[in-house]
Design a protein around this ligand. Sequence first.
Ligand SMILES: Cc1ncc(COP(=O)(O)O)c(C=O)c1O
Length: 402
Amino acid sequence: MDWSSHYAARMGRMKGSEIRERMKLIAAADLIQLGGGLPDVSMFPVAAIAAACARILGDADLAGTALRYAPSEGYEPLRGWIAGALTRSGAPCTADNILITNGSQQGLDFAARLLLSPGDLVAVETPSFIGALRAFDAYEPRYAALPTAVGSRPPAGARFGYIGSDFQNPSGRTLSRAERLSLIAACDDAGVPLLEDGCYVDLRFEGDPIPSVFALAVQAAGDVEAVGVLHTGSFSKTLAPSLRCGWIAGPSAVIRKLVLIKQAADLATSAFTQMIALDLAEGCLDEQVARGRALYLRRRDAMLAALRDFMPPGVRWTRPEGGLYIWVELPDGVDGAAVAETALREQSVSVISGAAFFPQDPQRNTLRLSYSLASEDAAREGVRRLAGVIALAAGATSPVQR
Ligand SMILES: Cc1ncc(COP(=O)(O)O)c(C=O)c1O
């Protein structure tokens, strides 16, 4: 059987994520990992998960609930907990406004499934999270850039706009309050819904928190039921990605439509992992978040210091106030993909080429670095080696020491 002649048209657009391919290399012992934005394993609350499992499985009623199919909407007490957290963040809502998803990635997929038909226009920041682009690709959209500077307008006819407001993956950039308010007003005016990715919002280690676009939009609309923004969140970066426990929040009528999609996709997220997540959310989450912030702040500072010390002239980078990523712009004409390839092959340093984060017209002289995995010493050594590769590619003879 020639299977390739049987694949649906949409498969022609589906390609692997460079990041997920790179993740397979993580096991290589001598590799300095400055690529994938994976939470550090030292962050996983192993004892708390073990205790939560024992509590759940040690109680016949809870065990029965944990091992049955969960409702498609999600485990009610967890939906309530998330609604409480969003309410405290300035977006008053109830469990009816929450759908639990298999990680926030599934929320991105479902939102696109709800809103996109083939050929529709979707507006995304450039660069944008590669996982979102791959999820949207399956619905065969066209892409346009979503400008976020104060006073800008969304592209005409966009079915929705996708944004990462805090410490965006990959740029590390955070939208100011003024940019958020302007974006909400412009999208409201143009009738363009927004999909806000809140994956990193808890990992702020510097500066004052800014209310999410979702919260600001709920405040502007006066009621979550009237809001034009959907908001995804996740326990992946604060508890453990393997729990595959995320959520999407929005008006209850939209959530009910998303529940139909959830039913068709996989019936429900595992009740067991939702119960573990709730146990941890009520127990050690605050402590986890504090530990994560402290660790990633130290590692960001080490990486910024190494960039300052080793990068040749003409290289620029962002200074994130949270999250896991630094975006690097190389001198004009230096290809980030070639640099990433050489760094991996010759220097055992893994970084991600920035071009993969553009749906079209990639800016090729870019790289995404992550400080989540490498120790401070390893990151410094990795950046030193990377700087050597960049200096050679830029035509210089050796890295500049300052
Ligand atoms: C911006 C962003 N959104 C969503 C996700 C998906 O995360 P999860 O499905 O584990 O919640 C990631 C994962 O890295 C991400 O970086």
